[in-house]
Write a protein that binds this ligand. Sequence first.
Ligand SMILES: C=C(O[C@H]1C=CC=C(C(=O)O)[C@@H]1O)C(=O)O
Length: 461
Amino acid sequence: MDRSAGDGRLTGSTAEHPSDPVSRSCELGDVSFGAVLDVDGTPRVQWATPDGLELVGCGIARRFTATGRQRFARVRARADDYFASLEHDGPAASRPRAIGGLSFHDGHEPSEPWGGFEAASFVVPRVQVTRTDEGDDAAEQAGAKERGTWLTVVGEDATAAAEDLEYWRDRLAELPAMRPSGTGPGVAATTRPTTREAWTRQVETALERIESGALEKVVLAQTLEVELAGSDLDVAATLERLRRQYPNCYRFLVDQSEGGTFFGAPPERLVSMDGDRVETEALAGSVPRGETPEEDDELVERMVGSEKFQQEHGLVVEAIRDGLESLSASVTVGEQTIRRLATIQHLQTPIEATLVGDDDRHVLEIVEALHPTPAVGGLPPDAAWETIREIETFDRGWYASPIGWFDAAGDGEFAVGLRSGLVTGQRVTLFSGNGIVADSDPDDEWDEIQLKFRPVLDELR
Ligand SMILES: C=C(O[C@H]1C=CC=C(C(=O)O)[C@@H]1O)C(=O)O
């Protein structure tokens, strides 16, 4: 932060300050999260659940990055040290969080088009705005009000934090409660780097490996390159339109200081952890929406009754159960249901676990145990990773990766970075993948892939 300028502008970081950091918070009136993202501060992050928690952050109080296989543990160790030194004053809902994500592959390097996106990168923002529905009526009556919108700032000491809080409270009070979500910039051209013929060969190679017994399932993905017609993409407005179309999905935006902006509206929760309670889900198997409710149901019936879809889905359920078992006192697999979205329908199975009694648990440990689930990777995991590396002709970067937040206690929540796009200038790269199992047909898989481009593509048009 440039304190020499005598205000709380978001330049620089506190990394070199020897004193312990302090965070202060206050309640805010309604403010548009898109408008908060417009204020001068990068990196910028936004993350929201379908059921009521919304976070937006600007600037860096501290950044944790790491590479390689140990990246989960390294980020956690750095964050533990930092949070141990950070004094927070305010309601739990307003607590500072480390927000960010990881790349799909351990060995990821932040090269183009993923410049600025490290293999693991989390930021505790200088300025965080939290909107939450957490807390119940009883808690509110007891004075422990948690529902609302909160401003949290992190400063290098108590005086700086108090000054910055005042500065940002006044500045955000000037912002509108609503920001127009507008329309898409328009699409000048789309390019498919993977042709239909190339896709068919890729799927056939995967099928040969499955037949040989080396592989049970692999998720193969494609990109769609979109050249925008109009002005630069307003990502915050795009996310707001996605919220309206896909209200039961997550939303995220990660805008690095250098490089592009990765954003999306994924339907899939990787994990949420609160104390010893863990919630996750298997989401795999897709059919389109029908033109009528009857057609919707027919498509679902076909999916539910299909051996191929059930195998594809069952492998994900079993892998998640196995991943959680060694960390949990109990794991409960719920009833399979249908997740119906505006353009696509999925098989979904909720999974819950109670962790073994150990206060030292951290959501990153669960993330590491689960990522990548066979909903985005495959089985056996190593053979699937190899196959993805050999067959796919683009860099997955942060696509299909854990994106979310964690706090000082190690609680947190992560979505899977699906239904997503990477914006660099006038170009948006969209990502979409599909599970390939023994009975997969390359043409059907091609059609399913197109469906998963639609959520973001429709909002660019
Ligand atoms: C890999 C993606 O979706 C996953 C999640 C739901 C359904 C999937 C499927 O039907 O293959 C995929 O496992 C994607 O959207 O890019």
